[in-house]
Design a binder for this molecule. Structure first.
Ligand SMILES: [Zn+2]
Length: 114
């Protein structure tokens, strides 16, 4: 249940921020990062992006675990290739830094509960 609420809030935040952007440019800072990873992983789900970044920031992630994309496959048989491709471009440390930036951004752009 808690996870569903969080998921809803993330999606809501995403929609709200996208709505604000009318010039069609890629945003700067953490939002720009999020947009970039939405394209890269082919998703609009912030939680999914954060899960992928969490995997990428772990140098010894287990590719036998279920892929966060929701296809129900193990990573090895699903997004493995894309993750490997991402790994070529930057270090686990950088992914971790980006994950933290995105998490901060998402956490602080959610409106407080009434
Ligand atoms: Zn997948």
């Amino acid at each position: 249940m808690r996870e569903q609420v969080v998921r809803f809030l993330f999606n809501h935040t995403c929609k709200r921020d996208y709505g604000k952007r009318s010039d069609g440019e890629l945003s700067h800072g953490p939002l720009g990062l999020l947009e970039y990873y939405h394209d890269f992983f082919g998703t609009t789900d912030n939680i999914e992006v954060m899960e992928f970044l969490r995997i990428l920031s772990n140098p010894t992630y287990d590719d036998q675990t279920i892929c966060p994309c929701g296809a129900g496959q193990k990573i090895r048989r699903c997004h493995h290739r894309l993750l490997k491709k991402a790994r070529k471009h930057q270090t686990c440390r950088t992914f971790e830094k980006e994950l933290r930036e995105i998490m901060n951004y998402v956490a602080f752009s959610v409106e407080p509960f009434a």
